[in-house]
Design a protein around this ligand. Sequence first.
Ligand code: UDP
Ligand code: MN
Length: 286
Amino acid sequence: MTSTDPSEGLSPSSPPSADHAYVTLVTNTDYALGARALARSIRLTGTRADIVVLHTASVSIEALAPLAEFQCRLVETDLLPLSDAFNERHQRRNVHEKAPFTKGRKPEFHSPLDNFCKLRLWQLSEYRRCVFIDADAIVLKNIDRLFAYPEFSAAPNVYESLADFHRLNSGVFVAQPSRTTFAQMLARLDAPDAFWPRTDQTFLQTFFPDWHGLPVTMNMLQYVWFNMPDLWDWRSIGVLHFQYEKPWEKDHPRAEILQPLIDLWFAYLTGNGIPEIASLPNPACR
Ligand code: UDP
Ligand code: MN
C-alpha cells in the first residue's frame, strides 16, 4: 500500500540555513559527479540560498563527499512509495519501448523511475520556495531572481523547433514546497494504469496545466547549440542543461559537435580554467 504521510522518508544531514534552496537529485554515482559540477557552479554565483542534494542510500559516501566543499545540505531519501504495477510500467525497458527516444540517447545509468523522486522537493517545507535543477546542468550566472517566480514555473522544452514551446522541460523549475501538494501529487501520479511517457516531466505538465513560462535562457538545452544556433547567446544563459548525452559519458556520440560545452562542464567539475562566460564564442554556424 502506498503511504502519503508527508513527514515520511527524508533524513537531512543538517538543518536548513536559508529559506530558499536550490535542489537537485542524485540516485547513483554518475549523477553525483554531475551534482559536483552543478554545486560548484551555483556557489560561484554568490547565492546565499541553500543547496539541497536529495539522494538515495544507493549513493556511496565517497561519491557524495566532494559536495561538502560547496556546503551542500544532503537529504537522504527513498524512491517514492509507488505501486508495483506503476514501477513495472515505468521500468527503463518499458518506457523506452512504449515511448522511444528518437532525438537523442539516454545514458545506461539513467533510470526513468528515479526521475519521479524529484517530487520529494515538495516535502522540503522548511523552505519558502525552491528552484529544482537537474544534476546534469550548470549555472552560469546568479539566478536568485527565480525565487520570486510563482509556482509552477519552468522553461519550454526548446531544442529543435517552435513546436517545442508546447511542452515544458522539468530540468529547471520553481516550486513552493507543501505537504498538501505532495500528497495530492502522489495520489494523482499512481492512479490506476497511469503511464507518464516522459516521467516527471509529463506528470508536472499535467498536474500544472497553467504552468508559467521561464525564459529559455533559464534552461538552455545543449542541443540548441547545433539545432538552433541563432538562439545561443552566452551572456544571457542562466542554466546550461546537458539533456540526453552527458558530458562525462564514455563513447559520447555527439562529443565532437558539443566539445566546447563539454570542456566548459569539465572546467566546473574540476574548478580549473573556468572561463569568463561572456567572452566565449557563440556557435560558429551562427
Ligand atoms: N536522476 C538520477 N538518477 C537517474 C535518473 C535521473 O539521479 O537514474 C536525476 C538527476 O538529477 C538527473 C535528473 O534526475 O539530472 C533527470 O534525468 P536526466 O537529466 O538524465 O534526464 P534528461 O535531462 O536527459 O531528460
Ligand atoms: Mn537533465
